[in-house]
Design a protein around this ligand. Structure first.
Ligand code: MLT
Length: 247
């Protein structure tokens, strides 16, 4: 058993259950899948920023006695990990950045987030699921894996609308994190689905260039939710990376 835990931070607007297959995939590791503020029944925090969410995550890990860990984050989970790197880089022993990016929202994306906040408050999580599902999953999953689409919808619909609105606020105000990534010296794996249109292969390649010695795994046939769409390939990439961290 590794003495380091593996902490996996979930995407928007799903809770920790999106890591279902990863929880069982690495038996030599203690795998923790914390929920961000408001998700999975957790209380919201006043500080609706990715750095506020990172502070809440670190406090939750303190409460579990976790001082250092290998951290993985998918999409919004990655945005929050950049906050962890800003606040407490010494707690990060290794980094997995899946389907995420360091850049900020452009004005069009910010305006779309504002519309989604209003939609969440007016019509709830089902309307957000309707809006987001076509972009979250790649064409291969949409054509061949209706079970994954159903599972993602269920995960989204389980979240309260104000949780969704708060996370949208946090994402739309997030700072550029290219600088923080350039200071990373721990082993780093970058993962991306080759059909991801929200955070693209080009975004992943930019992160790979920013961290000397990092590896990049591009997963064929996966969209944005690569860990759910192609779990075998995702877990293989992470498993082989974890082997190198332990060694
Ligand atoms: C996520 O998957 O966490 C979000 O789609 C990321 C984003 O909208 O920027």
């Amino acid at each position: 058993m590794s003495t380091l835990p593996l902490v996996l931070v979930h995407a928007f607007p799903m809770g920790a259950a999106m890591w279902r297959t990863q929880r069982e995939a690495f038996p030599a590791w203690r795998v923790e899948t914390p929920s961000l503020p408001g998700f999975d029944g957790r209380p919201l925090v006043d500080d609706r920023t990715v750095d506020g969410y990172a502070r809440d995550l670190l406090a939750a890990l303190d409460a579990q006695g976790i001082d250092r860990a290998v951290f993985g984050g998918l999409s919004m989970g990655g945005y929050v990990l950049f906050g962890v790197l800003r606040q407490a880089p010494e707690r990060v022993a290794g980094l997995i950045l899946a389907d995420t990016r360091t850049s900020v929202d452009n004005p069009e994306r910010k305006a779309a987030r504002q519309r989604s906040i209003e939609l969440a408050r007016r019509s709830g999580a089902t309307a957000i699921a309707d809006e987001m599902l076509p972009g979250l999953l790649g064409p291969t999953t949409q054509a061949q894996r209706p079970d994954v689409a159903r599972e993602v919808r269920t995960l989204i619909e389980a979240q309260p609308s104000e949780t969704i609105a708060a996370a949208l606020e946090a994402m739309m105000t997030r700072p550029d994190s290219a600088g923080v990534l350039a200071r990373v010296t721990v082993p780093t794996l970058i993962v991306v689905g080759d059909e991801d249109t929200i955070t693209t292969v080009a975004d992943a390649e930019a992160m790979r260039r920013a961290v000397p010695g990092s590896r990049l795994a591009v997963l064929p046939g996966a969209g944005h939710m690569s860990n759910m769409e192609t779990p075998v390939a995702f877990n293989e990439a992470v498993g082989s990376f974890l082997g190198s961290v332990r060694g």
